[in-house]
Design a protein around this ligand. Structure first.
Ligand code: CA
Length: 437
């Protein structure tokens, strides 16, 4: 099985008997089938895995108990009944794919299973989510050349890009305990600040609170410690993708980051969208990846024909802001920027391979942040640090307000989707966070 090949689950002509899934612009048509951990709102139910279809959630625990799927899927469905998806994620690409195929067939128009499955659908509006898995280690990459250059210019005007950038998918070890699912409030962090105007640092609430528009990547099956994952195998280890807001306290970061890198300026909060869009669902939106001929070409372990031909994924990303006063006046969130993951200087496969090249063992439920995905255009900047040029330029908002960095009461809304001619449009839902004092 070539895990990057299209199959019947991607067919643009597929429709579902769940009618809302067929509506134009719906994030969750039958070609998507993302996974999340959910329960009914305000209930004491256990969290368990569900699959999104239209405006419904299919409860996989109920599917298991009804025995409507082939028995060979029982192990997978049992793992999906658990409050974290780690065990299912560790089962590997063939198991994920077999479940997806059966879900696709069962939810397709005129399926024989309609009569049974329709009883296991729950209104999406009436559910709440937990983290989809126990996130083991969180690694934050820095794969947007545009972002790295923009930020580098602010910190080091003469030398924006360090010499390793074009050779190594740069990353650092982030904090997983503070990754929360969409809707969780974000407390403005307190930390040591030392602006240039001060001789010595003081402990204060962060004044330069920012978001980062990123893609989150979930590792499925891992590797043994001491072994590494070859580039052309790497995508098979990736369970799926989500939207990721990696909140940043720029003033805390500026003072603390030399010499060991980001720490408390980053570890206070990160927000994920609840649904994991699987690697398989994203196959139609893969595209060629290239490296500028004048740039250093990747070392052999990060280079392959497959990676060149299909390494990039065109996930369109957007960030919007709604201030408290906009919300009170009923003003819609304003879009601050739009970008795409296709700009990434490194592919996900290169990140996975580089991460494991030293023998580091990746595990089911490990998580990567892609790094802020800024594009080359001014309307494609993935953080306020870039949009405000380091706080020098204020951004006008509807209603006469303006921002350089986030204020208390601000809501940041990230959305994403994939769309390509001849394929279905699939969406990621949203990653929302409101800043509180
Ligand atoms: Ca980040």
């Amino acid at each position: 099985m070539n895990h990057l090949e299209l199959n019947e689950t991607h067919d643009i002509n597929l429709t579902s008997w769940v009618e809302s899934a067929n509506e134009k612009g719906c994030d969750y048509p039958i070609q998507n089938l993302p996974f999340a951990e959910f329960r009914r709102k305000n209930s004491n139910e256990a969290f368990r895995c569900g699959v999104a279809i239209g405006n419904k959630v299919l409860d996989l625990t109920a599917v298991l108990e009804s025995h409507v799927f082939p028995v060979e899927l029982n192990r997978a469905l049992e793992a999906c009944s658990e409050p974290t998806l780690n065990r299912f994620m560790g089962m590997g690409a063939e198991t994920w794919s077999l479940l997806r195929l059966n879900l696709s067939r069962g939810l397709a128009m005129d399926s024989d299973l309609q009569g049974s499955l329709k009883g296991y659908l729950i209104d999406m509006q009436s559910v709440e989510y937990s983290l989809p898995c126990q996130i083991g280690d969180y690694t934050d990459f820095y794969t947007s050349l545009h972002h790295a250059t923009n930020v580098g210019k602010l910190f080091r005007p003469d030398n924006p890009l360090l010499p390793n950038y074009k050779w190594i998918p740069i990353g650092y070890h982030g904090r997983s305990s503070s990754i929360k699912v969409s809707g969780h409030p974000v407390h403005r962090p307190v930390g040591q600040l030392k602006p240039p105007s001060q001789e010595t640092p003081t402990l204060e609430p962060c004044k330069r609170l920012d978001y980062e528009l990123e893609v989150g990547i979930y590792i499925g099956s891992g590797n043994e410690m001491g072994s590494s994952i070859a580039l052309d195998e790497a995508d098979q280890h990736v369970f799926g993708y989500c939207l990721f807001n990696d909140w940043s306290a720029r003033d805390i970061q500026a003072w603390e980051y030399v010499p060991l890198g980001p720490f408390l300026g980053k570890s206070f909060a990160s927000t994920i969208s609840p649904w994991i869009v699987t690697s398989e669902a994203l196959i139609p939106y893969r595209q060629s990846w290239s490296r500028d001929e004048t740039d250093p070409q990747p070392l052999d372990y990060l280079e392959s024909k497959q990676n060149r031909e299909q390494g990039a994924v065109d996930i369109k990303l957007q960030v919007a802001l709604q201030t408290q006063s906009m919300q009170q006046q009923g003003v819609e969130p304003v879009i601050l920027s739009k970008s795409t993951f296709a700009y990434s200087y490194w592919t996900v496969a290169q990140m996975v391979t580089h991460h494991s090249v030293n023998g580091c063992n990746l595990q089911p439920g490990d998580f990567f942040g892609s790094g802020t995905q800024s594009g080359p255009g001014v309307e494609e900047l993935g953080s306020l640090l870039e949009l405000s040029e380091g706080g020098k330029k204020s951004i006008d908002l509807p209603g006469g307000e303006s921002r350089t960095f986030l204020q208390d009461g601000d809501t940041v809304i990230m959305t994403g989707y994939c769309e390509k001619e001849g394929t279905a449009r699939i969406g990621f839902g949203e990653a929302v966070g409101v800043v509180v004092p």
